[in-house]
Write a protein that binds this ligand. Structure first.
Ligand code: ARG
Length: 574
């Protein structure tokens, strides 16, 4: 990969700044232009440099432009108002850079990244609350991998704790012959066990005994627990496969896998005086400035009775990830409501000094999925919505739409497209929004054919490939044809295409999949304009036709790659 356009421009202006003697305290503030009529990029912030140098902002901008070595990159550099420079890329630069190399993007410093995502509690069935972590995590994993990082997936499933004692006690009472049937409905099984636990003291007593036996690794109890965990994981795997999420059973490293590490990490933190005794419990306290946002709450890592907690397991998991897996970036795709837990975790392990300098720990937080009533998304009767039910409904609604649009298709064709579209809609609706915010879940919106939606994006892709189908041309071969940018609509599309690398790198750095969604939405809109105004098949001559074919082919591939990074497979027709 060559240097990205953004970095190239930054370098050019940095060099000019240096020549003029502006030191590093005067950064180059480069922005993509919001108003294409003024150019493609913009340098801002010269005003404040002018102020501190007591110079005239306009003149300063003119001096900067005079120092820029342009080498045909720019067709126009102009002072716009005091202290702004508008930048227009030259069509030569664009033509030269628009090759299929554009599809090959690599991170500057590839890392070993452990991504903790999905991570449901295995005592129950997956519900809507697990959708965001699963989908956002999957998109990030794909993106990091695409950029050449080594990625290790960690499905940190909840497979340990008192609930499992209760479930195992209930399993003990269930006839072997009924077992599979019972566990088909995990949710029902959990409910029945819980009802029994609450109502029957002798059962509750047996459940507590099971917890003790589980911890003591009693073979019979462990065998039942393993059986339960396996069935529950199978439930998850079915959902992952259907969602085309890349998680496999191998990635499910549950809380229980860290059991042996727990006493060791607690001891280590005590030895290092990071954890101290507080009323019998082991706690980490944070001084001013140690937590990103101050909070008085101590991080309890071992209870008075010796029991370990969610926090202890997470500390052990960090230890494993940095010491054994040699991760230098740890990513946690977890609900924003766990933000204090993660801030405490990060601060505690920093204090422990386990981390190599430069290791990054990030909480990729996300908001809540809300119902139309703006309250957390539930069924009418207030129950949690199972993920399977949600997927079923998305696909069922997509089926109606597809059938209506293509009445002459066979059931098989309809079902295939509906499955792809329903799943794509679920994912895209989530990924296209800034993950930090809560969002109102709405089937009609996510399945709409216009706006920044999955159906619109899939349709945009189908339009690009249909050009080649109609002309009986091979799209991949057309990628090698020479692009020569001339028309305005070609220029706008080309500028957007060369931004591809920068946008992916930025999305990976900030963990924002929605950057990719808005990028391809804009791409689709620019492409439609180009397609309307720049005839391809009826182009005035062969060279122009070839160039436009190559532009369309490149757009098509960028769309396909981008969608695949979001975990969405394209379709061939709609
Ligand atoms: N099982 C947890 C829950 O359902 C999420 C675990 C997230 N990952 C972690 N390392 N804490 O809330």
């Amino acid at each position: 990969m060559q240097i990205t356009t953004f970095k190239l421009l930054e370098q050019k202006f940095r060099a000019a700044f240096d020549k003029l003697g502006f030191n590093a305290s005067f950064p180059v503030v480069l922005k993509e232009s919001g108003r294409p009529e003024f150019g493609d990029y913009q340098v801002n912030g010269l005003m404040s440099i002018a102020k501190s140098l007591k110079a005239d902002a306009r003149e300063l901008a003119a001096q900067v432009i005079a120092e820029i070595e342009s080498e045909d990159i720019f067709s126009k550099l102009e002072v716009a108002g005091p202290g702004f420079i508008n930048i227009t890329l030259s069509n030569e630069y664009l033509s030269h850079n628009l090759t299929k190399d554009l599809l090959h993007v690599v991170a500057d410093h590839p890392r070993t990244i452990v991504v903790d995502y999905s991570s449901p509690n295995l005592a129950k069935e997956m519900h809507v609350g697990h959708l965001r972590s699963t989908i956002i995590g999957d998109a990030l994993v794909r993106l990091y991998e695409f950029l050449g990082n080594k990625v290790i997936r960690r499905n940190h499933v909840g497979d340990w704790g008192t609930q499992f004692g209760m479930l195992v006690a209930y399993l003990l009472e269930t006839n072997d012959s009924d077992l599979n049937l019972e566990l088909n409905d995990l949710e029902g099984f959990y409910r029945k066990a819980k009802t029994r636990f609450d109502a029957d003291e002798s059962f509750a007593e047996r459940a507590r005994e099971c917890v003790v036996k589980l911890q003591a690794k009693d073979p019979q109890i462990i065998a039942l627990w393993e059986q339960f965990v396996k069935i529950s994981l199978n439930h998850c795997q079915k959902i992952y496969d259907r969602l085309q999420v890349k998680l496999t059973p191998k990635d499910a490293i549950g809380e229980s896998s860290y059991n042996d590490l727990l006493p060791l990490v607690v001891q280590d933190l005590v030895d290092r005086k990071v954890a101290v005794d507080s009323e019998g419990a082991k706690c980490v306290f944070f001084a001013q400035g140690e937590l990103e946002t101050p909070d008085e709450t101590p991080f309890i890592i071992q209870k008075k009775d010796g029991a370990y907690l969610y926090s202890t397991t997470d500390i052990a998991a960090v230890y494993d990830r940095v010491k054994n897996l040699h991760a230098d970036r740890l990513v946690y795709v977890i609900d924003a409501r766990q933000s204090l837990h993660l801030r405490q975790l990060f601060a505690a392990v920093k204090k422990a000094g386990w981390m190599q300098a430069g290791t990054i720990m990030e909480h990729v937080a996300f908001g809540t999925m809300l119902g139309e009533d703006n309250k957390p998304f539930k069924t009418r009767s207030g129950d949690v919505i199972k993920l399977t039910a949600l997927i079923e409904e998305a696909v069922a609604r997509a089926t109606l739409l597809v059938r209506k649009q293509n009445p002459d298709w066979s059931d098989d064709e309809i079902n295939k497209l509906a499955e792809a579209m329903g799943i794509a809609a679920l994912k895209y609706a989530d990924l296209s929004k800034n993950r930090i915010s809560d969002y109102v879940f709405n089937f009609d919106q996510m399945l709409a054919f216009d706006g920044n939606t999955a159906p619109y994006m899939l349709y945009a892709y189908v339009r690009t490939i249909s050009i080649f189908k109609k002309a009986h041309l091979d799209l991949k071969t057309c990628l090698d044809k020479k692009i020569v940018i001339v028309e305005n609509d070609e220029h706008s599309l080309a500028v957007h295409l060369v931004k591809f690398a920068d946008r992916l790198l930025q999305a990976a750095e900030e963990n924002y999949p929605h950057y990719i969604c808005s990028y391809i939405y804009d791409l689709a809109v620019l492409f439609m304009k180009f397609y309307e105004n720049c005839p391809i098949i009826k182009a005035e001559n062969q060279a122009v036709q070839d160039s436009r074919l190559a532009l369309a082919a490149l757009t098509s591939e960028v769309l396909k790659v981008s969608l695949s990074l979001l975990g969405i497979s394209v379709v061939e027709r709609m």
